[in-house]
Design a protein around this ligand. Structure first.
Ligand SMILES: [Zn+2]
Length: 481
């Protein structure tokens, strides 16, 4: 009998919390500072130093737990997890082993399936070892920065679903302002575990009642790697099963160069961390008032906000949902509509023109150097047709550079007052400059006309009406005209 051997995947995600300072000291929690410049006796673990828990870190973690519907432990405590590593100067990591911050809760995927959490807890990060040739350098800026660890139930069904889950989780944490989720800065890291489900009611056990062997893959720091490592591992396990080789639980790492996982250690070889209650931080209670105020200040969820946009502003729900993928784009939409922009025009413009302009200018939402009110003036001119889309694009680019709206408009040039641009002359000149495009178009290559219209638009300085140009080009399509 062939067993179905479906994969069952669980994820452990470490998220760096968006606090100003570290978890137990007042050193800055910041990426990219010179090595070992953000350290103090506490995060260096010097004798006599004492930890002070960071209230904001706790509140951010609670905010996430509330959003996922997890059950929050009223009594919180920390434990020491001992191990030796050069980037761990204290010789232990402060974590919440015995009583996690919260248990349960879930995240819903776009297809309606939910992935449940086993636990969420706070812990401090270690420093960073940088290997260069035979030398290793230690940077302790990261030592003691606050992490929220989220552990899912092993119910994810495929590597693709694991990647989708991480994408949605990251979006949610950014929406909640719990973390910037920036993987390049190491703000979101992931370990994955996978087993092949032998089927049956007790699918954490095989037919003999022995636990199903589980493979853990450590330190996957991009969503693509999570998917690739799981794909590789599932194929490897299936091959072993086909050959009748018994599978043992083990921990593996991802070898990026060779696109494969590699053995690290067998289960049972894991170090004994000698967990001990943290003596320097007494257990503490979370007041009901704190939870209540966090519940009240909870941001509207992306789904509810998209539904509201669609209902109140008459835009299609998929468009509203796309706007609500990031909290910032939803905020901008709302602010622009409030400043007088037409909702449907504004929604499309934000999703396309605005986003691509930010990308080209290499700025993120937080760094936009102008206010929605200024931007609404630009939108109004675009809507009225007093500014062509390409001139609008250049005004927006100048505003990102940054320039105030009026100056940006002056730089790009105001629409010519008085006589309209001479469209016939523009069309003639464009045909003269782009004979090959004209020829292609006349031979039936429909797209070639866009090169001609583009040329005429450039000649007009961006102020000609593309529709009127198209009509004139159409009239000239027959050779000899
Ligand atoms: Zn410190």
């Amino acid at each position: 009998m062939t067993l179905p051997l479906r994969p069952r995947i669980g994820l452990e995600i470490h998220v760096r919390l968006a606090t100003r300072t570290k978890l137990f000291c007042s050193c800055e929690n910041r990426f990219g500072a010179p090595p070992n410049s953000l350290v103090c006796p506490t995060c260096l673990g010097l004798p006599g130093s004492l930890p002070h828990p960071n209230r904001t870190a706790l509140e951010l973690a609670l905010r996430a737990a509330l959003a996922f519907g997890s059950e929050i432990a009223r009594r919180q405590s920390f434990d020491r997890k001992h191990y030796f590593y050069p980037d761990l100067p204290k010789g232990y990591q402060c974590t919440q082993q015995r009583t996690p911050l919260a248990r349960g809760g879930s995240l819903t995927l776009p297809d309606g399936r939910t992935v449940s959490f086993l636990r969420l807890h706070l812990e401090e990060d270690a420093g960073k070892s940088l290997h260069a040739g035979r030398k290793t350098w230690i940077d302790l800026n990261r030592a003691g920065t606050p992490l929220l660890e989220l552990v899912t139930e092993p119910t994810i069904r495929s590597p693709k679903e694991a990647r989708l889950f991480l994408t949605i989780l990251r979006r949610r944490l950014r929406w909640l302002r719990v973390s910037d989720g920036d993987m390049e800065k190491g703000s979101l890291r992931c370990d994955a575990n996978v087993s092949l489900d032998p089927g049956g009611a007790r699918n954490d056990r095989n037919e003999e009642g022995a636990p199903v062997p589980r493979i853990e893959i450590k330190n996957l720091n991009s969503f693509r790697r999570v998917e690739a490592a799981l794909d590789f591992e599932i194929e490897r396990l299936r091959e072993l099963a086909r050959r009748g080789v018994s599978i043992r639980s083990e921990t593996r790492s991802w070898d990026e160069k060779n696109d494969r996982t590699r053995h690290m250690r067998w289960k049972g070889e894991a170090p004994d961390y000698r967990y001990l209650p943290e003596p320097d931080i007494p257990p503490f209670r979370i007041d009901e008032e704190v939870l209540e105020s966090l519940r009240l200040s909870r941001p509207e969820s992306p789904r509810l906000r998209a539904e509201r946009f669609s209902r109140d502003h008459g835009i299609p729900l998929p468009v509203a949902s796309e706007l609500c993928m990031e909290r910032e784009s939803a905020d901008w939409f709302e602010a622009l509509v409030e400043a007088g922009a037409a909702p449907d025009y504004c929604a499309n413009w934000l999703r396309r023109e605005f986003r691509s302009c930010l990308r080209r200018a290499r700025i993120v939402w937080d760094e936009i150097p102008f206010l929605p009110g200024e931007c609404a003036k630009l939108l109004r001119m675009l809507q009225e047709g007093t500014l062509s889309p390409s001139a609008g694009r250049r005004v927006l680019e100048a505003m990102c550079s940054p320039l105030p709206f009026e100056e940006a408009l002056a730089r790009v040039g105001r629409p010519p007052a008085g006589p309209e641009p001479d469209l016939d002359r523009l069309v003639e000149e464009a045909c003269r400059r782009r004979p090959e495009a004209l020829e292609d178009w006349r031979r039936g290559k429909e797209n070639a006309v866009h090169a001609l219209i583009g040329e005429a638009m450039r000649l007009s300085g961006g102020y000609a009406d593309p529709k009127a140009l198209r009509a004139r080009f159409d009239a000239r399509r027959a050779p000899g005209t």
